[in-house]
Design a protein around this ligand. Structure first.
Ligand code: TPP
Ligand code: MG
Length: 349
């Protein structure tokens, strides 16, 4: 069992409203994700890659950054990250259908390949870990601008960083090592969050590496930290500290957040072929959502009334999102090659 604590340097300063906001976002991500599975089983969508079990670390990390200013390179499992950055449940469900109005790529990529200019979400490719050198390169750009005294392109005059996320299995890709090395050599304003759910589809971590992710990051000169990713407050503290280091020019951090993937890798996977029933039972008993709920109840911050109200409001949001996506049009087949090799002009507004 994870016991949440507010003894941390940063989360101890969060108000009850902010702690409830974390809960709202964890619950919202969970219910939206569950709806995606239902839509898949109803045959309405072709594919879903789920974040169930990762919500605590995703919410904790996202509320520790300067949202919309810092550059985000979230990976496919980061539904709770992008919802906290401002993607709406309707945006997400439309993307599952690949319908007209899909926000990330107009439906040109698979779902969960996030992209949104105003939210600072930079598009990425399907090959895992390619986002690591890209985000490190963005961090290099941030540092270079400051060193050269160049104008901030958006004139915000706020400190910035770039962060990316990936799974632990993806740290076997060369791109992770290149990105870590670059971040360590140049001491970049960069954070790499590795969501360690112990599996790369069916391959357990012990078959990927003989040292922890954090230890391997240290070898490149990047500060390596291991965090209980089931605890949103511990994750918030670790991320906030990494953010402060980045803004202060003290270099890059790699946070290895330990968590469980409580469901199969994707809607195309059957995890019963490589995880025992006992193992699944064990990790389901360590679900971060009921644990954080219990913590807030114990602290007298959450009540049954508030919880029921959140559930009812979220159910309505999810129903409306599903209905909007169901009613939306599919793209016109005649346009399907548009903007495959050229950029669509960005509409401001
Ligand atoms: C370069 C590359 N190889 C293989 C794949 C297929 N693939 C997609 S996700 C995945 C597993 C990644 O596992 P991990 O990094 O642990 O992340 P998780 O899915 O567990 O969150 C694989 C092998 C891919 N997308 N890119
Ligand atoms: Mg994994």
């Amino acid at each position: 069992m994870v016991s949440a604590t507010r003894e941390g340097q940063y989360s101890s300063q969060l108000s009850s409203e902010e702690l409830l906001k974390f809960y709202w976002h964890m619950l919202l991500a969970r219910r939206v994700d569950e709806r995606a599975w239902v839509l898949h089983r109803q045959g309405k969508i072709a594919f879903h890659v789920s974040g169930i079990g990762h919500e605590a670390l995703q919410v904790g990390m996202t509320f520790a950054i300067n949202r919309g200013i810092d550059y985000a390179y979230p990976y496919y499992r980061d539904l709770a990250v992008v919802l906290a950055l401002g993607v709406t449940p309707t945006d997400f469900i439309i993307s599952l259908y690949g319908k007209e109005g899909e926000i990330s790529s107009g439906g040109r990529q698979m779902p969960s390949h996030w992209s949104h200019r105003k939210m600072g979400i930079v598009t990425q490719s399907s090959p895992v870990a390619t986002q690591v050198p890209q985000a490190a390169g963005t961090a290099f750009g941030i540092k270079y601008r400051i060193q050269q005294g160049l104008q901030d392109p958006t004139d915000t005059n706020q400190p910035r960083l770039a962060f990316c996320t990936l799974g632990e299995g993806s740290t076997s890709q060369g791109e992770w090592h290149e990105g870590m090395n670059w971040a360590g050599v140049h001491q970049l304003p960069f954070i790499c969050v590795v969501e360690n759910n112990e599996y790369a589809i069916s391959v357990p971590y012990k078959k990927q590496a003989s040292r922890t992710v954090a230890e391997r990051a240290e070898a490149y000169g990047v500060k390596g930290v291991i965090v209980d990713g089931n605890n949103p407050l511990k994750m918030y503290d670790a991320m906030k500290e990494a953010v402060e280091r980045a803004y202060a020019g003290e270099g890059a951090t790699c946070i290895e957040a330990k968590c469980h993937r409580l469901v199969p890798h994707s809607s195309d996977d059957d995890d019963r072929s490589y995880r025992s029933a006992e193992e699944l039972k064990e990790i389901k008993a360590d679900d971060p959502l009921p644990q954080y709920r219990a913590y807030l109840m114990n602290e007298g911050i959450l009540t049954d009334d508030i919880d029921s109200d959140y559930e009812a409001r979220i159910k309505q949001i999810v129903n409306e999102a599903s209905q909007a996506a169901d009613a939306a049009d599919y793209p016109n087949p005649a346009d399907h090659l548009d903007y495959m090799h050229t950029f669509k002009p960005i509409e401001e507004g």
